[in-house]
Design a protein around this ligand. Structure first.
Ligand code: PEP
Ligand code: MG
Length: 572
């Protein structure tokens, strides 16, 4: 008998939470498949083969988009619209056919043309633009797979539970993942690319490892993927299998809803609203499944990210209306587009200068009136059902809030003059994401309907460390004394004017932070929908009176260490 195989842990970055267990299924790299293909003997036949493959991929693409609509609740399968454009691009097709004409096989020609395109984009710094190019690779991959006769994730069918490992995993492949797939490991990609977004939407754990990770894997090896910690366990020991088996079953039970019908209230009856953060209407099904009481943050800028052209007013309107109608009578909070920082859509590539010099969040919109008018009109038109709120991102102070509100008023007047319906009493809120807004909360509270604290940006701007700097991770593992003071001030200012105060940054979903946020007087917590069952369970185990005491104690502390100790003690 062979000797016992030793367990190993490989570390990557988790981009879709959850636990997956199965045997490793290594997918071959398409470039390798293309290289192995024999050269074309008959040029005309090879061109025909390419065109047929293109049509077949196109047909599958349309079927996949329809499936996406059914599964994720979207009418247009918009996540994949760029894919269609690239696949049918006349220039690209011509170039491929020229190469075939020079004697290359169709898969090699496809690979070479797409590789050239990818090389020309490689040095682009912006995350969103870079991730858009993954769609090009996606189109290429699908064509090559069609030409060499091997279909994406279908390799998982009938194999029992598998962890799929590949250099790249494309959005297209992920549209209809076989149920055998329990987890993904890939080398290339980012947490905001299409594949990550879809993995999260389907609740399949995914991690991204560094280049070369796949070499360390062996096909068929038993494995566990922890999409929360980013760990991949190979040949896990029986104890680990048991531990993760339990965790996975518990997570499954939570996904099933568990305490769905019960309110998020503390043992002594203090009610907290639990809402979901949403990037596009694709996440609406998950929202229902996890029992969200509404949408606390609709990151509307994501509508613009995957587009070569900004969506028209009607397209924006339909997306917002679809969301509002689906969750009616619960509320949806649309945040006006928050461009800047790491969020620069393709169609604004020329604006890079402007954005880096401070035109971010609401300031960008106010400086681009035509764009903002279309956007606000779409939001207002979709508000006609009466369950919508609007909020402005990165508001620095009162003047900016006044300008934004005045702008909205002019759009309202115009709609009214044209008898276009909208909710004239739509609540308008302010995101508290910069210290300047937190400090001025009292003044802002007089002129706003609600606050939503964006702790992700508030933390980076308060600590002076960029969000994508790993050093900030350390600070985000606890609550800073300064952040506690700022939140307390915002809550107090909101309360005086009877304005509800929400937290919609990542802090809202940290189990150790929830008692403190409740004690500080936060009314709403908004988070990724999949975290809602956990947050509800947490809140139902708390006493509001104890949380109040905890918050008072925390407000008197001056160091992170003291606060960590306090929160740990409160756990016992
Ligand atoms: C935040 O800053 O905390 C927030 C919720 O907004 P975003 O993460 O989209 O910047
Ligand atoms: Mg923010």
């Amino acid at each position: 008998m062979a000797g016992a195989v030793s367990s190993r842990i490989l570390k990557g970055i988790g981009v879709s939470e959850g636990i997956g267990m199965g045997s490793v299924l290594l997918l071959p790299d398409t470039a390798e498949l293309a290289r192995r293909h024999p050269p074309a003997a008959d040029v005309r036949a090879e061109i025909l083969r390419y065109r047929t493959a293109q049509e077949r991929v196109w047909t599958r693409f349309q079927q996949a988009a329809a499936h996406l609509v059914r599964e994720l609740g979207s009418k247009d399968g918009g996540t994949l619209d760029i894919f269609g454009l690239i696949l049918k691009d006349h220039g690209i097709s011509q170039e491929i056919e020229l190469l075939i004409g020079s004697g290359k096989s169709a898969p090699v020609a496809v690979e070479q043309v797409f590789q050239r395109l990818a090389n020309s984009q490689k040095n682009v710094k912006n995350d969103y633009l870079r991730e858009r190019f993954t769609v090009w690779r996606d189109a290429c991959k699908q064509l090559v797979m069609e030409l060499v006769g091997c279909h994406s994730l279908d390799a998982a069918l009938g194999r029992g539970p598998v962890i799929v490992a590949a250099r790249e995993i494309t959005a297209f492949a992920l549209v209809n993942p076989p149920k055998e797939i329990k987890g993904f490991v890939r080398e290339v990609g980012g947490s905001t690319d299409h594949a990550s977004i879809l993995a999260r939407a389907f609740n399949i754990p995914m991690i991204i490892g560094k280049a070369g990770l796949l070499v360390e894997l062996e096909a068929g090896a038993p494995a566990i993927v922890d999409g929360g910690t980013g760990e991949l366990f190979l040949h896990p020991a029986p104890e680990l299998l048991e531990k993760y088996g339990k965790l996975s079953r518990a997570a499954g039970a939570r996904l099933g809803g568990g305490s769905d019908s019960l309110p998020a209230a503390t043992k002594d009856g203090h009610r907290i609203a639990l809402l979901a953060n949403l990037e596009t209407s694709h996440g609406l099904n998950a929202l229902r499944r996890h029992g969200a009481e509404g949408v606390g943050l609709f990151r509307s800028e994501f509508l613009f990210m995957r587009r070569t052209q900004p969506p028209s007013e009607d397209e924006q309107f339909q997306e917002f209306q679809r969301t509002a109608q689906t969750i009616f009578p619960r509320q949806v909070t649309i945040r006006t587009a928050d461009f800047g920082g790491d969020k620069l859509p393709a169609f604004l590539a020329d604006e890079k200068e402007g954005l880096s010099t401070g035109l971010r969040g609401i300031r960008f919109c106010l400086a681009h009136e035509e764009f903002f008018r279309t956007h606000v009109r779409a939001i207002l038109r979709a508000s006609a059902g009466g369950n919508m709120r609007m909020m402005f991102p990165l508001v620095p102070g009162l003047e900016t809030l006044r300008k934004a509100k005045a702008f909205v008023r002019t759009v309202m007047e115009d709609l009214a003059a044209r008898s276009i319906p909208f909710d004239s009493a739509i609540p308008v809120g302010v995101m508290i994401e910069v210290p300047s807004a937190a400090i001025m909360a009292e003044a802002l509270a007089r002129e706003t309907d609600f606050f939503s604290i964006g702790t992700n940006d508030l933390l980076q701007f308060t600590m002076g460390i960029s969000r994508d700097d790993l050093a900030l991770m350390d600070y985000s593992r606890s609550v800073q004394p300064s952040i506690i003071q700022l939140i307390a001030h915002v809550v107090k200012s909101g309360r005086r004017k009877k304005r509800p105060v929400a937290v919609c940054g990542e802090l809202a979903a940290q189990p150790w932070a929830i008692p403190l946020l409740v004690g500080l007087g936060i009314d709403e917590l908004s988070m990724a929908a999949s975290h809602i069952p956990m947050a509800k369970e947490r809140i139902r185990g708390l006493s509001y009176a104890d949380c109040r005491v905890l918050a008072r104690q925390a407000l008197a502390l001056e160091t992170i260490t003291d606060i960590r100790t306090l929160l740990k003690r409160a756990e016992k």
